[in-house]
Design a binder for this molecule. Structure first.
Ligand code: SF4
Ligand code: SF4
Length: 234
């Protein structure tokens, strides 16, 4: 599978879960715009330990490529600061260390809320007064299994960066999100070059990504809501 095809399938899988969570479960969730916490959970250094794979990091970078250069640079600086401040690395129990997410911008929210680049735990997470109202863990686990399979398939065809492989040199590796974003050069691959050398071509818009599977009218309407109200959730 080509890298571009794998990325398109990745975005489609994430958007599918994002739509399902948004319209099935999140009506019962607290509204992040009136969050009682002193700061959004995305910046809670005791809470966030989101890990992502190479393909996901690449999808995030391509989403960020649609933003102004200064915004991208600011993300890069925050990612490097997070790596240093919270001592993030590939060593030991990487899930034991948490950080403030470099993709959160006050007043804007999550920079990758749209476009099928949001990490699986972030799609799944919201605050529910009754936990039984939230989505089952199996939905996140199923998406993560799909993500792993796509990373493996893409790796068979490409010459992926070393960071994409785990300690046994096998795909795929889950790493703390800032580790990937601190250095975009590590995201290039055989048929996905260019992120390290400047602004890549912007990722296709959400509607175009799904053209090989036309959306039923109701799904397109739901997708529209996600686009129109991107920061309903963080
Ligand atoms: S999910 Fe929303 S409501 Fe819950 S802590 Fe995070 S920002 Fe606040
Ligand atoms: S929702 Fe976005 S900003 Fe928040 S932790 Fe996830 S990726 Fe980072």
């Amino acid at each position: 599978m080509s890298g571009h095809r794998a990325l398109a399938k990745l975005r489609e899988a994430k958007l599918r879960l994002q739509r399902r969570v948004a319209f099935t479960y999140e009506p019962a969730a607290r509204d992040c715009r009136s969050c009682p916490a002193p700061a959004p959970c995305c910046t809670d250094v005791h809470f966030v330990n989101v890990h992502i794979t190479w393909l996901e990091a690449r999808a995030i970078e391509e989403k960020l490529a649609e933003l102004p250069e200064e915004t991208r640079q600011a993300v890069r600086l925050r990612a490097r600061a997070a790596v240093e401040t919270y001592q993030l690395s590939d060593e030991g129990d990487t899930y034991a260390r948490s950080y403030s997410c470099p993709l959160y911008v006050a007043g804007t929210g999550c920079l990758v809320h749209q476009g099928g680049a949001k990490p699986a735990p972030c799609i799944h997470h919201a605050c529910y007064d009754d936990p039984r109202d939230g989505p089952p863990d199996s939905l996140q686990l199923a998406l993560e299994a799909e993500i792993e399979a796509l990373n493996r398939e893409a790796t068979l065809e490409l010459n992926p960066p070393a960071a994409a492989l785990n300690a046994e040199h096998e795909p795929c590796r889950w790493r703390p999100l800032p580790l990937w974003l601190a250095d975009s050069a590590q995201l290039d691959a055989q048929d996905l070059p260019g992120l390290g050398q400047g602004r890549p071509q912007a990722a296709p818009r959400v509607e175009e990504e799904l053209t090989d599977r036309p959306l039923p009218q109701v799904e397109r309407a739901e997708l529209g809501d996600l686009i129109l109200e991107p920061h309903h959730r963080r």
